[in-house]
Ligand binder design. Structure first.
Ligand code: CA
Length: 231
């Protein structure tokens, strides 16, 4: 069956050297309505991204010669491609890899083995986030953040946050579901705040959770990786 190309159809580039997995992914993603191109190695991936910009890249970290991290950095360091969302594929239990991948610029990750359904859900979530980022009011669940007025309301109650807590919450809430490593949080808070350390990030999180009350549950710890605001 030939599917007519609709203008809203998102284009994906899937990078994976395991041929069997690549075929499974191509089939599932194509069935989901994505326009899918594939690459079996890092060199081809970088070339294909430059030739024709995909809406999102699914990138395996373990690739021969140029690995996924290097591909990620290459994409992030080029003006034309730096904002393309990347979902990386990592081996189960490799938390250090996940942290490195997020810090190299990946937007999200899925650990192997996974069902195509999980990957598809993650792709949709990342595509949603990448189109909804703005400076305006952010509202997730029962929490509402107004950057202009520097105001946070949780469960209809005004919450008094310090400047650092506010910046932290804004970072997490702007992309709900996205995991940030401690280093990424430190980098984003650094501007104007002296000496932010891993430990002080944890302290800020604890304090933020407490102040948000029941809504504080949304500030989630991702063990060995970092923090996210639950969708
Ligand atoms: Ca691989």
């Amino acid at each position: 069956m030939i599917r007519p190309q609709s203008p809203s159809q998102h284009s994906l580039l899937v990078v994976e050297d395991e041929q069997d997995l690549l075929e499974v992914l191509r089939f599932s993603l194509d069935k989901e309505g994505f326009s899918v191109r594939t690459a079996g190695n890092g060199e081809d991936a970088i070339r294909l991204v430059r030739e024709q910009r995909p809406d999102l890249i699914v990138l395996d970290l373990m690739l021969p010669t140029i690995d996924g991290l290097a591909v990620c950095r290459a994409i992030r360091s080029t003006e034309k491609t730096r904002d393309i969302p990347i979902v990386m594929l990592t081996a189960r239990g490799e938390e250090a890899d996940i942290v490195r991948g997020l810090e190299a610029g990946a937007d999200d990750y899925v650990t192997k083995p996974f069902s195509p359904k999980i990957l598809i859900a993650r792709i949709h979530a990342v595509l949603r986030r990448s189109t909804s980022v703005g400076e305006g009011i952010v509202e997730v669940g029962r929490v509402r953040l107004n950057p202009e007025r520097h105001e946070v309301v949780a469960d209809d109650k005004r919450v008094d946050l310090t400047a650092t807590e506010f910046s932290l919450l804004k970072l997490l809430m702007t992309k709900p579901g996205r995991v940030y490593t401690r280093q990424q949080i430190i980098d984003s808070l650094h501007d104007g705040f002296a000496a932010v350390t891993d430990r002080s990030v944890d302290v800020q999180v604890v304090s933020l959770r407490r102040k948000l009350g029941t809504a504080g549950e949304r500030v989630q710890t991702v063990r060995g990786v970092g923090y996210r605001f639950g969708e």
